[in-house]
Ligand binder design. Structure first.
Ligand code: ADP
Length: 266
């Protein structure tokens, strides 16, 4: 059977003895494929009706409406937008799920990407009066998929904004050393109890359900970050102290770094 999948495990014991265990995981692999297809199809099908709903809500809200109606419609709009983010995160995750490695890599201008993310974060954090800084210690760029890297980095930065109280500090840093390229996001926000760290990148895993869903996240952000990094041969490390803050760092191997010659705009 060409579709059959076997898993081998060899265990050494005693004086040079080996135990070979062969597991038939065909059904498990098929089940996983069915799950992935289902999530991908369902999210895709949900997108069109949601776009229509959001479009109508926007048109209605542009008009002069009695206050209770306007309030109800704008609540509907907030929830519909939340659903749109969920659907787009689910779609992104199912695309990432489909393969373990990026198919084609391109030079990604790290500085330009981080400056863009910084501007978006500053707009998002305006009401909270956060101080957000960006430190670039290398002109080297990354090889990879721009959309994926943008999504991973911005998820980390937006989380820092979400989980840091008013007037907090957030610092973004990009540097290169012998081990490779590193991007880190440090905040002095609420922090995370170490018991949660091993499960943090699981889909829909949240430290504090009520606080997290009120903060506007989808619960899928760190799952996306982890998948994107694995596909780029990179690792995520999390260092956090409750009440003091967190640092999320992405570590890229040297072979994912590239020196790009920038052309001055004429
Ligand atoms: P969410 O959409 O809920 O933010 P994520 O997958 O991005 O989902 O993050 C998972 C959980 O990790 C969050 O619900 C939150 O409890 C915790 N978390 C993520 N980033 C931070 C941070 N910078 N500071 C404190 N907690 C964080």
């Amino acid at each position: 059977d060409a579709d059959m999948r076997l898993q081998y495990q060899i265990t050494k014991f005693g004086e040079g003895d080996r135990l070979l265990v062969v597991r038939d995981i065909t059904r498990l692999v098929r089940l996983e494929q069915t799950r992935q297809d289902f999530v991908a199809n369902a999210s895709h099908e949900l997108r069109t009706p949601l776009t229509v709903i959001c479009g109508y809500l926007e048109t209605f809200l542009d008009q002069d409406l009695p206050r209770p109606l306007a309030r109800a419609l704008s609540q509907m709009q907030a929830q519909a937008k939340r659903m749109e983010s969920l659907v787009s995160d689910l779609l992104m995750l199912s695309r990432l799920d489909a393969s373990k490695h990026i198919a084609d890599e391109h030079p990604v201008a790290v500085q330009r990407m981080l400056e863009q993310i910084l501007r978006d974060a500053q707009a998002l954090a305006r009401d909270k009066r956060h101080r957000i800084s960006l430190e670039l210690n290398s002109g080297l760029d990354l090889l990879g998929q721009e959309l994926e890297l943008h999504s991973a980095f911005s998820n980390l930065v937006f989380n820092a904004v979400r989980y840091t109280p008013d007037e907090g500090h957030i610092s973004l840093r990009w540097w290169v050393d012998d081990a490779g390229g590193h991007f880190s996001v440090r905040d002095d926000g609420i922090g995370i109890d170490p018991v949660h760290l091993p499960r943090l990148t699981e889909r829909f895993y949240r430290v504090d359900e009520s606080r997290s869903s009120a903060s506007g996240g989808t619960g899928l952000g760190l799952a996306i970050v982890k998948h994107v990094l694995v596909r780029h041969g990179a690792r995520l490390t999390i260092d956090s102290t409750p009440g003091e803050g967190s640092t999320f760092s992405c570590h890229f191997p040297p072979e994912m770094l590239i020196r790009t010659v920038r052309q001055d705009p004429a």
